[in-house]
Design a protein around this ligand. Structure first.
Ligand code: NAD
Length: 415
């Protein structure tokens, strides 16, 4: 479905904002390229005794404002270009929410669904060892993304610690609580989406406890966003996974759905629901649409069919620039990915801070601090959007690029 290559799409958005803000070429050129890119091809012993060679990447887009930060994706179709795009989005995201990080992303081309735990552990440990020349608590800090989870982070932390000879908690975030994870991290991205939806609804005069929401995806971000929105009184009328969607205009039973998915392998066919395609799901009438699966879902061909009043981008890059224009013309209020799904990296930042200080907070404190950061960022972006008369995505890019350019100006160029 890609309308243009992924990194080029982010670059073209950065370029347009740099034009508008009159950003110096020296800064623009740095934002439009990635600082460091490592490709690794490494062997993994499979359960049947054969050896396979896997390809992985770690891309640091920019570290002007602090250590590079970004998730690790395990997916059969992931490419270096996509990893670059996701790394650039991380640089912008950490700047929008004003935490002292740059942006990075990692990936391994593999299908974790077809691998045993043993194979995944060996793959993760070897990948961690291969990229250990780049990562570190002061340099570059991975976290979970599509296809990875707290267990994968624990293996990376352990491998890195073994290489160093002592335990290094701060090398990854999104770890299990037992090894320095933060309370509230698992649901943090979904919580940030819920907070964004609430702020957007409030701005438009929509009451969440009378609102309906449609969520695309059924992973970490999608399910936690759905549950938290339901907790605010919102009726979740449809949700989906790779096999399709499940729809009930009266609302879904979110408590029973995970068990059903565990037993059958999909959310499709859940009791008292109608089966719909992912394309149909995106076009359902609702107040809030949360695309929280993968990129390039709202494109030129389907943007005009969207009936939601608010889109909260749980996923990274779910909307193409062509689709953005159509949504804007139709008055859809889009909370862009670099703001809407920043809850994960914000609580990752809290986890890193807690690990460095060896002092851990309770969950209420984590959620309270997250709320404050999201609230500030949302209002700063909204203010920029009013002042510059642009949509929320352009406003978020403006806020981020201004902050990064100011940091570049302050640091100067070495030597
Ligand atoms: P995940 O692997 O837990 O879940 C992905 C979900 O998407 C799965 O339920 C899968 O079935 C579904 N899916 C995949 N392709 C689909 C398709 N074509 N149509 C419908 N559903 C499909 O991943 P996640 O961590 O929840 O990440 C989801 C999105 O959120 C990604 O874009 C990721 O980059 C972004 N994100 C994640 C985090 C985080 O903290 N995990 C933070 C910020 C952004």
């Amino acid at each position: 479905m890609t309308e243009t290559n992924a990194f080029q799409m982010v670059v073209s958005r950065i370029d347009a904002i740099c034009d508008r803000l009159n950003v110096k070429d020296a800064y623009r050129l740095r934002l439009e390229s990635c600082e460091r890119e490592l490709t690794v091809n490494f062997p993994v012993r499979m359960d049947d005794g054969t050896v396979k060679v896997f390809t992985g990447f770690r891309v640091q887009h920019n570290d002007t404002r602090g250590p590079a930060k970004g998730g690790l994706r395990y997916h059969p179709d992931v490419t270096l270009d996509e990893t670059r795009a996701l790394a650039a989005l991380m640089t912008l995201k950490t700047a929008v929410v004003n935490i002292p990080y740059g942006g990075a992303k990692g990936a391994v081309v593999c299908n974790p669904k077809l691998m045993s735990q043993g194979e995944l552990e060996r793959l993760t440990r070897r990948y961690a060892s291969e990229i250990s020349i780049l990562i570190g608590p002061e340099k570059d800090i991975p976290a979970p993304d599509v296809g990875t989870n707290p267990q994968v982070m624990a293996w990376i932390m352990d491998t890195y610690s073994m290489l160093k000879g002592y335990s290094v908690l701060g090398v990854v975030t999104g770890k299990p609580i037992e090894v320095g994870g933060s309370k509230g991290r698992l649901g943090a991205t979904g919580r940030g989406c819920m907070v964004s939806a609430k702020l957007a609804a409030n701005h438009l005069g929509i009451s969440l406890n009378r609102a309906t929401a449609v969520v695309q995806g059924f992973g970490n971000v999608a399910y936690s966003a759905a549950k938290l929105l339901a907790g605010e009184g919102c009726r979740i009328i449809a949700i989906s996974d790779t096999k399709g969607g499940t729809y009930n205009p009266k609302g879904l039973d979110l408590e029973s759905l995970p068990n059903y998915k565990k037993e059958t392998g999909s959310v499709v066919g859940f009791m008292d629901t109608e089966t719909i395609s992912n394309t149909e799901l995106l076009a359902l009438p609702c107040d809030i649409l949360v695309p929280a699966a993968i990129e390039d879902q709202i494109v030129k061909a389907n943007a005009a069919d969207i009936k939601a009043r608010i889109i909260v981008e749980g996923a990274n890059a779910p909307t193409t620039p062509e689709a953005d224009k159509i949504l804007n013309d139709n008055g859809v209020f889009v909370v862009p990915d670099i703001l809407a799904n920043a809850g994960g990296v914000v609580v990752s930042y809290f986890e890193w801070v807690q690990g460095l200080q060896a002092f851990f907070w309770n969950e209420d404190e984590v959620n309270r601090q997250l709320q404050t950061v999201m609230d500030n960022a949302f209002h700063e972006v909204l203010e920029m959007s009013r002042h510059e008369k642009v949509d929320m995505r352009n406003a978020a890019y403006m806020l981020a690029i201004k902050r990064i350019a100011a940091a570049m100006e302050a640091r100067g160029i070495f030597p």
